[in-house]
Design a protein around this ligand. Sequence first.
Ligand code: ATP
Ligand code: MG
Length: 438
Amino acid sequence: MSYQAPRGTQDILPKDIYQWQTLEDMIRQFCYIYDYKEIRTPIFEHTNVFKRGNDASDMVNKEMYTFQLENSSTSLTLRPEMTAGVVRSFVEHKMYGEPDLPAKLYYVGEMCRHERPQKGRQRIFHQFGVEVIGVKNPLLDVETIALGWSFVSALGLKDMKVLINTLGDDESRDRYREALRQHFQNDIDSMCADCRRRYEQNPLRILDCKVDHDLAIMKSAPRMKDYLNEESKVYFEQVLQGLDALGIPYEIDDRLVRGLDYYTHTVFEVISINQEMGAQATVFAGGRYDGLVEYFGGPQLSGIGWAMGLERLLIACEGEGITIGERETLDVYVLNLSAETALYAFTATTMLRAAGYKTDCDYQNRSFKAQFKSVERKGAKVVLIIGETEMENGQVSMKRLRDQRQEVVALDALIDTMDDMFAEHEDDHHHLEEKRSI
Ligand code: ATP
Ligand code: MG
């Protein structure tokens, strides 16, 4: 019997984790500067948090991991996205009553969707996302896009494009849906099963179809922009003016409807045109939602948010030759020359760690040569060499590998001497200060 991670899931191994940790650090920095606060919600919710009424999206209809335990009437669903859970939490904790609206929130975590696994499409994947809830202002639509855009730009991504559209308010959208129904009514029977369902539930979704995408009837479909009322038009123009003011390039894509049913007004996708992305080109995507807070029992408040697939972000980076983060190195490796001195060496190791030096040592009584291989593999900057003479004299030998500077000092003077060795070199020193400030 051999065990493997389930299809569509992956282990992120220690050798790769620095990329993820660097990304997460950057996310926290960005959100800190924008004054967004992290929110963590449960990994599963009551199913009706995600499955709301007559939702026509694929995610809700086909991709959810829903389960019910024996002897329980409660249906639970592993979160396929975060917006619903965040808004549920916003209402449950009455955040709408807080003095400084909007609530500006962000999250990082795993989502689960039962999809056919491919490059950039997994069954468990990670999203970084933001939700700004409680105030409806086109500048907030612009701000959230700007946050994501400056984040991907800071990573060095260049092959990126913002596609944007508006779905207008309820009235505009109702008129548009009706126009779509009329447009498709004679052809719907020959379209895919999903489209037939969408026709009943929400004809807007038909425009999102990946199967019938190229049909002539699709191409001649009416355009949202012809059904927008004045208010919706003005709102969209203000969003675009904001993007212009910040110098964020965009393309208006009037076929963009997005996969979820709760969107109103602004919807957008930020895609990578790098060929590594294949069909999974969307790095982050989102939009405004007007009815969701009310759905969960809160007041009529609007929100806007997006979610970024971190696996896709990493593929986009790889495609553009961008490496994220650096392999970790050690400050000090403690070489121990005999079983008798192991405890002494371990004590020195512990002293170094207490002083903030990233330190490791040998635990297997290996030969000097084998231990030195570890020094090289781990990229240690300084080695301590501990043998019987050192122990008898209450000393340690230390050697800085950069320039072979060598010292034999009393154990008491270890930290002072180490500080000295590191202080001489800007880079190393910086590293040390960073470690100490934790
Ligand atoms: P797609 O059209 O590619 O299925 P979606 O519209 O279902 O995307 P969203 O629900 O908007 O995607 O999720 C936001 C982002 O999360 C996507 O743009 C993508 O980067 C990422 N994402 C979505 N589904 C997956 C998945 N199965 N595996 C990896 N990343 C995903
Ligand atoms: Mg999807």
